[in-house]
Design a protein around this ligand. Structure first.
Ligand code: HEC
Length: 176
């Protein structure tokens, strides 16, 4: 369930509904309703797409150090086809999602590491015209379904640009 839906459900359960009519109702809905969540990420207006959790795995990754995270990078069907065809730049409509979890030792098997608590969901959405200033990519970083602040979104493109300019600003290669 999306955060906005959760908020709406919580609000419904709270039973305040019976008291709200017409304008008062709109006012009551605003703080919990679609506004914040539906604007998407700052700068780019990127959203977490429905159904992304069923997309194909492009590759896993592991970051040591402070993050100490396991990641899974998923792609929508347009992304998967572009990878298969070795197509660069990625076409409009490509969406890449990076899921991340804390890396935890398995409690059941020594030496195995497993995903712990989820940390972030990050997205790159290709729209060459709309995002012309950032290599054609719109970025979104979400924690518990909520987009993080503008400053963090300003950092996305410069790092991708510095390292993977020659791969359409995308780090992840397909893991066969
Ligand atoms: C300091 C460098 C750096 C910054 C800043 C950064 N990234 Fe990345 N990003 C990476 C690296 C390295 C990878 C490769 C995979 C991994 O780390 O798991 C990556 C991978 C990704 C991927 C998977 C596609 C790909 O390029 O491999 C997405 C989606 C993504 N980042 C989104 C974001 C978003 C959104 C932001 C800003 C909120 C951001 N990144 C900021 C370094 C960065």
């Amino acid at each position: 369930m999306k955060a906005s839906e959760q908020a709406a459900t919580a609000w419904r359960r709270s039973g305040t509904r019976g008291f709200c009519v017409a304008l008062a109702c709109a006012g009551a809905l605003l703080p919990l309703g679609p506004s914040a969540a539906e604007d998407g990420s700052p700068i780019f207006g990127v959203h977490i797409p429905d159904g992304y959790r069923h997309w194909e795995l492009i590759a896993p990754s592991h970051e040591t150090g402070e993050f100490n995270e396991l990641r899974g990078i998923l792609g929508n069907p347009i992304a998967v086809r572009a990878y298969e065809e070795g197509r660069l730049p990625f076409p409009d409509g490509t969406i890449l999602v990076k899921l991340a979890w804390k890396r935890e030792p398995s409690s059941e098997f020594s030496g195995a590491f497993v995903p712990g608590r989820p940390t972030t969901v990050q997205l790159m959405v290709k729209d060459a015209r709309r995002y012309a200033d950032t290599g054609g990519w719109g970025f979104g970083r979400f924690i518990a379904g909520r987009a993080v602040d503008r400053a963090q979104h300003e950092a996305c493109f410069p790092c991708h640009q510095a390292s993977v300019r020659d791969h359409d600003y995308v780090f992840t290669r397909f893991a066969p």
